[in-house]
Design a protein. Structure first.
Ligand code: PMV
Length: 372
């Protein structure tokens, strides 16, 4: 699909007010997106597990403005408190998506949003937050189309396939990785010659065979550092522009998508762990070798990694880690080894978490529309 196919159909804004409500998950990349071109087009392809319990829940209320003007009008309520911190990011998002959602200036919006995981956990909430907002806006578009009786019956309908694609397309313009949070359970973003239907514009469900070893895969997130991110994603992605190893890295990610395709099919957990750990360390290596440079791991991140490696060598169990652009560690492991690995996490790793905090999650199946 081309970008122009997401331009809105010609409908009238003839609903006075309404409310929509979505819960959308976070995701964790296996092959990482790091570096972007203009308009949030990724420099390399990525693939992620959609999470199940780490979610953002967003209720969007909309009321038609009495007087039409040329401004975006919205309030944000985060975890039951009026919030102004998120407004600039949402204003930028509205500017980027207005071309595809022409009703944005016709309404005043109240965005009531909260996370199922602690906000100050250091877990990036932009993927779940931006995807939840994009889905809400798609639901508004759907209502406006359905209520426009001047349209033909076919014109009034948004198919679920189109709805999800456009939601992913819009979410991407809010935060790149958010485009991988609409559906589950494995999502690819970025056009790749070996992944049918893949696109730079939106995430697609991984279309090929996945071995049962990966069903209900477990993710325990160890919260090593709950502080603000040292480097914002925007700054981080920009550092790839003048990065001496950028082209090699983009090529490596492309090759890793090819490799993970075989791994997902064969169920080879050793190869899976080698690939995801290498991806995590490469992401951090890119930051350490940027100018300016950053170290986002903390001493406890390394303690945890070393403990995982020791435990794996000792037991032969299939426990591996991945990292986001921060100090927290995602521990990934198969469901049939969950009992022993979870015991190990509780007994030996939780001590390295800030205030002993960690979150247990699994692979999930994507966003859900909720009743208000
Ligand atoms: O979506 P952004 O711009 O916050 O970038 C996120 C990038 C990583 O989380 C580090 C990797 C990824 O693919 O999710």
């Amino acid at each position: 699909m081309k970008e122009t196919e997401f331009l809105a159909r010609n409908y009238s804004n003839n609903i006075a007010e309404g409310q929509v409500f979505w819960a959308s998950p976070s995701n964790i990349a296996l092959v990482k997106y790091w570096g972007k071109k203009e308009n949030q087009i990724p420099e390399n392809q990525s693939i992620s597990f959609t999470l199940n319990t780490c979610k953002t829940e967003t209720k969007l209320s909309f009321v038609k403005k009495e007087k039409q003007d040329n401004l975006f009008s919205f309030d944000v309520v985060f975890e039951n408190k009026k919030n102004t911190d998120f407004k600039p990011k949402i204003e930028t998002f509205f500017k980027r998506v207005e071309r595809y959602l022409p009703f944005l200036k016709a309404y005043h919006f109240t965005i009531e949003t909260s996370n199922t995981f602690p906000h100050s956990s250091g877990i990036a909430s932009s993927a779940s937050g931006m995807s939840a907002l994009a889905l809400c806006l798609m639901s508004v578009e759907r209502q406006l189309l359905e209520s426009d009786t001047t349209l033909t019956e076919t014109e009034q309908i948004l198919t679920d396939t189109y709805f999800n694609k456009k939601a992913s397309f819009l979410a991407r313009l809010g935060s790149g990785s958010a485009c991988r949070s609409i559906e589950g359970d494995l999502i690819v973003w970025g056009a790749h010659k070996e992944i049918a239907g893949s696109s730079d514009l939106y995430g697609v469900k991984y279309p090929d065979t996945v071995h049962d070893n990966f069903k209900n895969y477990q993710d325990t997130i160890l919260l090593v550092d709950k502080g603000e991110k040292q480097v914002s994603s925007t700054v981080g992605h920009n550092l790839m522009h003048a990065h001496p190893f950028a082209q090699e890295r983009f090529k490596q990610a492309e090759d890793n998508i090819t490799k993970i395709k075989d791994i997902l099919k064969s169920g080879d957990l050793e190869a899976f762990i080698a690939l995801i750990e290498s991806e995590a360390l490469t992401l951090h290596a890119m930051m350490m070798t940027s100018m300016p440079y950053f170290i986002l791991m903390k001493p406890n991140t390394l303690e945890i990694i070393n403990k995982i490696w020791e435990f794996r060598a000792k037991t032969g169990l299939h426990v591996g880690f991945t990292l986001d652009a921060g100090a927290n560690v995602h521990i990934l492991y198969p469901e049939n080894e969950a009992k022993q690995i979870y015991e190990f996490i509780k007994n030996e790793l939780v001590a390295y978490c800030q205030n002993g905090h960690y979150i247990c999650d699994t692979i999930g199946f994507g966003a859900k529309e909720m009743n208000s």
